[in-house]
Structure formats: structure tokens, C-alpha cells
Write a protein that binds this ligand. Sequence first.
Ligand code: HEC
Length: 469
Amino acid sequence: MNKFRSVTKKTNSRFMPIPTFAFSILISYACSVNALSYTPGFENSTPPRKGEVAEWPKEKFKANYNFPITVADQSNQPWMVKNPKILSERADYYKAVLDYGLQALDGDMTNGCPQASADWFHAPWMTRGPSGREPLCGLTKERSTRAGYVYPSLTTKRQAWAVGLYNNTGGYQFGQVWKDKNNPDLTKLNFQNGSFVIKFLFVDIDKNDKEYTHLIGSPEWKAHVYLDEKESTVIDREGKRKTKPMKLIQIDFGVKDQRFSSTTGWIFGTFMYNNQTGEEPANWRDNLVPVGLAWGNDPGKTDSASFSEGFLSDEIKSLRSTGVLFDPNKRTYFGANDRVNGPIDNPESSCLSCHGTAQVHAKKSIWQPITPAIKNGANAPEEIRMLWFRNIKSGEPFVFTDAQLSEVSNPVGQPIEWTPPLMKEFVSTDYSLQMRMGIENKYEEELTKKAKTPQQFKDLNMFYHKISR
Ligand code: HEC
């Protein structure tokens, strides 16, 4: 279940408002009382829901949880030869990262989803609920694109789905944490230098849609997603599903790189697919535009001209200034104050601010906001909003002082379960939100197992839904 979807449409979360869960509650209850033929959390994909078994496609996606027990030699990381802090080296850096990351898939990705290459791995426990891995390509549901947020011609929300793959070094860490599949080892959460993760994001756009021209030639994967965006957000029942073609729109990456240890220890960046000619490209990669990269949040700064820890690319800024990207009445900046963020991401945040909240409580799942959650919203003092844009060092939890905590409030009215005592027991998952989600899903599974009746199961799941968005 995608833990970070919001409770209502007004929320700042990256993900969709909560869809509904009645069916999943029923089917999950059924699963919880029946013998399981797999290790929960380590399935390839999310089991079909009640009433959908007949039309659920045969699982094709194979997750790779076969994590390495030793780390491969990392002396030849291809991106190390370039320094992304230097403008003139940035284009080569982007290319090195992309060349490397595209090796994560074993085969041509333009028409259908290849399986993971050997030595590339998936995060476990992403197989719960209405946002869990679908059975064809292993995609999990993401925050929908908002009207006017990507292209001005994109005037309706679109569901978005994605899959992430970790390299050997990253996979090693998952193996350490999940050595005992029933008991994640929270002392092993710090990724090693050279850990790399790539994430392919797809959007539901049809050949008849006017914004489709921007996506001509982009890789197309058929996945078992929702019929449409509306179905993906229906409250109190599961939306209808359909196997339909999804178009690649964004490619995110994260690299643990000690060159950036004085800020965050990581560098995050992204590419977007944009076809400007409307012609079939000779090579789809030619239409990938670097969006930006960041190794810090430029704490406290509100003027992007003064940023020194992350940069949008000139190409993407020019697409925006010439009106190709964003309906200016809806969106003018990428991330907060124009920090680096993806076109489909929440502009109130940034890659590194969301990922800086990657942490779990040592014992239980609690509701933790990932984007700024502040009393008085837009009218709040800037220094409070800026709390989300600090440089959290790799391995450090994202915590507040008591005074800062008193300014925190959830814009959608849900309680935020941040208290000084709870905060003392936070453990960083080192910028990996999939690691965080996985551990929280495991916690919640344990909780729901305690249910003796369907009603108790539902109540516990209500709790689960409340804490997870
Ligand atoms: C609003 C919060 C938010 C923002 C902004 C955001 N992410 Fe994420 N990201 C998430 C969540 C939540 C997950 C885990 C769930 C998933 O993968 O579906 C995730 C997963 C990922 C992953 C897979 C590995 C991991 O950490 O779990 C990568 C790589 C990634 N994001 C890169 C980026 C990049 C690059 C940007 C900016 C261009 C970005 N993200 C912006 C919330 C965010």
C-alpha cells in the first residue's frame, strides 16, 4: 500500500488522495486467515483483490529480492569521473548516470517492460493495497500529475505509476536489513557509498489526448492500473482496474556519493521525456531532457539565484520560459523556491526535502508528513517552512525541537504523530523512502494480523490508513 498518499485531495503529499480500501480490507482479511504460499512482503506483486480474481492478469513481473551478500567492487563507478558541481561537467555526468541506470532493465524498454537485469534489485514490501506493485511490470502507484503542472495542455489529472531498481550496492543494504524477513535490522540502514537507484515513472496518456504529442516515442509499458485517475481515488471502494499502455515521462535517480557528505551524502536528479517535434524519434533517449540535480537543499535560501547545492538545467528552464512546461496560472516553479524537483512532483517540496524524511520509528508505524506540514499554511513564517529544507546528513533522523514541533500541523487536519519522545526513537533509512515504506508496511502487517474479526481488521486498517498518509 502506498503509505504516502494523502487522506484528502488537499494534502501536500506526493501521492494520490487515499483511494478506497474496503475491498482490500476484505481480501487482506481473507489472506490473513488463510495459509500464505509466499513470504508476505516478498511477493512479486500485489495479490488480486476480492471480486477481481477473474480479470486479474497472470503475473508477469518478477521482483528481484535475491540480494547480494557482498558488495561488488565499486572502484569504477562511471559517474565518479565527472563532478556535477562544475557546470561544464554536468552534461557528461547526466549521461554517465543515465547510461548506467538504463542497464537496470534487461532488454529493450521501448515497447513493454523487461525484467530486471542481474544485479539489480527491487525493494520488498511494496506489494500491499491499492497502490502496491501491479502484476505486469511491478509498478506502484504515485502521486497523480495535476492539471497544468506538466504541460499547459494537460488539463486533467493523470494517474502515474513507477518502478525503482537498486544496483548491487543498494541491493546489498536491503539484504542486510531484511536478512531475517520477519524482523528488519534497523542497525543496518545506512547505504554504502556507490549505492544507486533509478526510478522509471509512467503516466496514463492516450493517443487521443492533446498532450500526447509530447510523449510520442517514449517507452510504452502495458500495466494493470486503474481505469482512469478518478477510479484511482474513489473513496471506500476499490477503483476499477484495466490493463492499459502507460507512457514514460520521468526518470529519477539517487546516488550515495561521499563527495557530498558535507550536505546530505546523496545526489538526486531527474530527466523528463519531452518530444518537441511531434515526430517519431530515431532514438527515444534523444528526447530525455535533464531536469536538474541536487546534493543539498540550500537551507534557508528562498532565492534560487543564490542556490549552490542544486541546479535546474538550462534546457528545462528554457522549456518553462517558452511556455512548453507548466500552465503559469497553476504552477511556476519545480520545487519549493524552484529547488530541484520533478515535473510530476509536488512543487511545495523538493527531491531532497521529501527524501530527507526517510526514517522510521524504531518500533511502530506512525503518521509522518514528508512535505511541509505547518500551522497557517502559506502564511506561516518562512523559517518554519524552511525546516523541511535543511541538509539532513545521511544516517541522521529528521527531527524537530519542542518549539519547532509546536508550529507543525497537518493541512488536512489529520494528527501528526510527532512528539518529542517519539522523535527520540526515529531511525534514518538514509534517504530511501522505499526502505521506509517497506518497514512501515511490515509494522502494519503485524498490527493487522492481530485482528480477530473483520471489524477489528477494518479498525486497524483505518488506523493504518490514518498513519500512512
Ligand atoms: C513529495 C515527496 C517526494 C518528492 C518531492 C520526491 N520524491 Fe522520490 N519518492 C518519494 C516516495 C514516497 C518514494 C517511495 C515510494 C515509491 O517509490 O513509490 C520515492 C521514491 C524514490 C526513488 C526510489 C528509491 C527510494 O528512495 O525509495 C527515487 C530514486 C526517487 N524517489 C527519486 C526522486 C527524485 C530524483 C526526486 C526529485 C526529482 C524525488 N524523488 C522527489 C517521495 C518524493
